[in-house]
Design a protein around this ligand. Structure first.
Ligand SMILES: *Cc1c(COP(=O)(O)O)cnc(C)c1O
Length: 434
């Protein structure tokens, strides 16, 4: 009997994974290189009509240098929001306007690193201009991040815009450009990041429309003509059953018609468009590979695996749905309803709740789909859990470890047992009340 579950099929089979885990024990994250590269090209193709279109990979999604380098090979820049992300780019030789710095609650020291790289800087608030003035020189190009507040609705990941800590109001934007122009800055961009994980093309297009109209208003109010408009990231991943990935060609064509109806008549064209997608570029091409280590039934049925939410916290953090496959049993009927859980002492340490799966046994290999973005990168060491290895494979059959698993020595690397002593050794009995 065919499995009626709408779980998509995996691009690999059980024997391939058995070979991989023989060298790289579970849990691990496995990335599919050709999928990532193809997706990067699909996005640039969708915007080929726009001279100078540039995607900046949002490094935070998958901050592995091998992945960031692969994106650069495919023509992407890098979108960073911290010093560590900037240094990742610097060490890969990705500098200048190939780097975008989109931060919030930023320090002067962070701006100094972005300026050292020659990055395009997106300002989150007019106050950031004061901070830029403390640098040796003002950056040559400045861009502001717009937050439309009550004009737009966000979503669970990025929040409701009027409750969101990011970006400036319309009035602050006008003042900001005017002030930068007075300071002698001559090159300007405009930026927004309003939705995240959005699968609806119309909602994505609303951001383009909003920014194109704002660019026209900025020009009317301040005389500043922006030379680039950054639509942000936010293209979603079809994580759930019956969801469909965004058709990038359709999205690109939609943006093109808005460009032609809003920017061209206002005399603002040509404008270079930019995006800073993270999730859609790597999310679908990463797989968390884990093994069943325990099964139990108490008030519910549990399948315990050797990964935990520190390997992928989206389900625990947002209640996010991820498809789960039991390798080699994809065609078997779902005969049990289970929670798939890790071993953290936190009850939201679950990859799935009330999921229908084929019968499982200890040793089965479980694959959590769409774990390539905000998976390993959101990892943590709570409860003494160690971050897993990251492994890349490709159509040529190459399998390459791009980050080793943490060891127990890594875990203890930041403390020094030599300087600790237990002041008064308590024995089991001396601790008892008398
Ligand atoms: C996280 C983030 C992105 C990437 O978002 P995705 O939803 O992963 O595409 C882009 N820009 C900024 C400023 C971000 O914070």
């Amino acid at each position: 009997m065919a499995n009626t579950s709408p779980t998509p099929s995996l691009p690999f089979n059980r024997s391939f994974i058995e070979q991989v885990i023989a060298d790289h024990p579970t849990p691990l994250v496995l990335y599919y290189e050709d999928g990532i590269r193809r997706r990067a090209r699909e996005l640039s193709d969708a915007f080929a009509w726009n001279e100078g279109f540039q995607q900046y990979f949002a490094v935070k999604a998958t901050p592995n240098p091998h992945i960031v380098a692969m994106m650069a090979e495919e023509g992407s820049g890098a979108d960073c929001s911290s010093v560590a992300e900037l240094i990742t780019c610097e060490r890969l030789g990705i500098t200048g306007h190939d780097v975008m710095f989109t931060s919030n609650n930023t320090t002067v020291e962070e701006f100094a690193v972005a300026a050292r790289l020659g990055a395009i800087i997106n300002l989150d608030t007019p106050h950031h201009i004061d901070q830029l003035q403390q640098l040796d020189a003002l950056p040559e190009m400045v861009s502001f991040r717009f937050n439309p507040g009550p004009e737009r609705q966000g979503n669970v990941i990025i929040g409701d815009p009027k409750e969101a800590k990011f970006g400036c109001t319309r009035e602050q934007i006008f003042e900001g450009y005017a002030r930068c122009a007075e300071l002698g800055i001559t090159r300007f961009g405009l930026h927004a990041m309003v939705v995240s994980n959005e699968l609806n093309v119309d909602a994505l297009l609303q951001t383009a429309e909003m920014l194109f109209e704002l660019a026209v208003q900025i020009h009317e109010r301040t005389g500043v003509a922006v030379e680039c408009i950054n639509l942000g990231g936010g293209i979603g991943v079809a994580y759930g059953p019956n969801q469909e990935a965004v058709n990038l060609q359709e999205f690109g064509r939609g943006v093109q018609s808005l460009y032609e109806s809003k920017l061209v008549p206002a005399g603002l064209a040509p404008v270079r468009l930019m995006m800073e997608n993270g999730r859609a570029m790597t999310g679908p091409f990463g797989f968390l590979v884990t093994q069943v280590i325990n099964q139990k039934t108490s008030y519910k049925n549990y399948v315990g695996v050797d990964a935990c939410m520190s390997n992928l916290m989206r389900p625990g953090m947002y209640g996010a749905y991820h498809h789960i496959s039991v390798l080699g049993k994809e065609q078997e009927p779902a005969t049990q309803t289970v929670d798939v859980v890790g071993s953290l002492c936190e009850n939201n340490d679950k990859f799935a709740v009330d999921r229908e799966l084929p019968a499982t046994e200890v040793g089965d290999i479980i694959v959590v789909h769409d774990a390539g973005a905000h998976g390993h990168s959101m990892g943590f060491q709570y409860n003494g859990r160690l971050r897993s290895a990251e492994v890349l494979y490709n159509d040529a059959g190459e399998v390459r470890e791009i980050r080793r698993a943490e060891t127990i020595d890594d875990y203890f690397a930041t403390v020094d047992f030599d300087t600790v002593k237990v002041a008064q050794q308590r024995t089991a009995t001396s601790g008892q009340p008398s």
